[in-house]
Design a protein around this ligand. Structure first.
Ligand SMILES: [Zn+2]
Length: 247
């Protein structure tokens, strides 16, 4: 009887801790070294869809790659980072103009954080009368922050006409954003601003330029499976075989 009670208690605790982490609107998890990924959620027609983003902790401050897809989490993200790492966010990159990536530019810019996009993203944001980054960077730019160096790279059109990826050559981390679909993805998702024909070429460029990634951070869903880029290429090829115009 006592054993049973203990098991029951254990199960209650387990489900409780699971429910807590599952329901949290901001879920931070450790990727490797000083790299962390975080998940936020967006209500899309009554269904909560998650989005992945990443931050890097350096001795010069924290670098944020994409913003929460949930406005209510812009400040909690800064607070959580501060509580966990005792550091401020100093830089923020938005990897294309969509809301799940660039939605925090205004908020973070006003906080005094240096915000960055490439020119193509800036032009789309300007056209849509949305908040823009403080700094517009060339399509292929190398940054060094503390002991970390990374390359912000525009591979060509794909999920969006302005999607960029970020490559950490020493750590072999590819931050793909929405350019890379998770292995769980059954299709290419939202294609309103996509160029699927070009996406194929753009993936090949990324594959030949950034070899043997140890981590690939996808825009949504699972990011542990390293075949995500190949999986994206397969989805793109299938799509193009069915619709040769790419639209
Ligand atoms: Zn997008």
């Amino acid at each position: 009887m006592r054993k049973l009670a203990l098991i029951a208690l254990f199960l209650v605790q387990l489900s409780h801790s699971f429910a807590q982490s599952k329901n949290s609107p901001l879920q931070i998890s450790h990727l490797t070294g000083d790299f962390y990924v975080y998940k936020t959620f967006h209500d899309y027609k009554g269904t909560l869809i998650s989005a992945n983003a990443m931050y890097l902790v350096t001795d010069k401050g924290v670098v944020l790659f994409d913003a929460p897809w949930d406005k209510t989490q812009f400040q909690p993200l800064l607070d959580s980072i501060k509580a966990r790492h005792h550091k401020e966010v100093v830089m923020h990159f938005a990897t294309h103009s969509h809301e799940d990536r660039a939605g925090g530019l205004d908020f973070y810019r006003k906080k005094g954080i240096k915000t960055y996009t490439i020119k193509a993203t800036d032009q789309i944001l300007e056209k849509n009368k949305e908040a823009r980054a403080e700094f517009v960077i060339p399509d292929d730019t190398l940054f060094t922050v503390g002991k970390y160096t990374f390359e912000v790279y525009y591979p060509g059109k794909g999920h969006a006409s302005d999607n960029i990826v970020v490559w950490f050559n020493k750590q072999k981390i590819l931050y793909g954003g929405c350019f890379v679909k998770s292995v769980e993805a059954k299709d290419l998702g939202y294609l309103g601003d996509a160029d699927v024909k070009e996406w194929q070429k753009s993936i090949l460029k990324v594959q030949s330029k950034f070899k043997n990634p140890k981590y690939i951070v996808t825009g949504h869903d699972d990011l542990k499976d390293l075949t995500s880029l190949k999986h994206t290429l397969k989805l793109v090829k299938e799509y193009n075989a069915a619709k040769p115009s790419g639209k």
